[in-house]
Design a protein around this ligand. Sequence first.
Ligand SMILES: [Mg+2]
Length: 172
Amino acid sequence: MIALDIDNTLAATNPALWRMFPDADRTRCHGAPLPPSWFGTESGRRFLAELRPLRGARRAAWLLARRARLVYVTSRPPATVAETWAWLRRFRFPCGLLVFAGSSAAKARWATLLRIKLAIDDDPAAAAAYRAAGVRCLLPRWRYNADDPEAAAWPGLWRAIDFGAPASRHPL
Ligand SMILES: [Mg+2]
């Protein structure tokens, strides 16, 4: 099973935040001076609904879905559940579980619970938590994670995965 983060992994969240906050520090993972709870407000939910996917993300998700079951693991507030499902459907991402994990530590706990073998998440803190739980983590590359050896842009990211078995075997 593969864990896919949503914001800045599948969705171009930071570029949209940077349009709202042009002076925001682009070397930081959290792209704007907004509390996480803002995304659960009416304005925040509208903002999330209007995001665009990152180039190559949907194709990569489908290629990964041929090899393993997917679980979308996000740190969005649970109040965004309707917008998050609608967004995944609107942009035709593969079906999968959806887990709201409120922190990097919670993401790692879900990874253990669901026996996730591979995670893809842009947040260096989440990557560290996954790795501490024994889960390999790849990072869609941004300025704030570019020094990680497992960071790469889509579609190079899914190509970096050595499944080691034919697609029909579902090794993950
Ligand atoms: Mg993210």
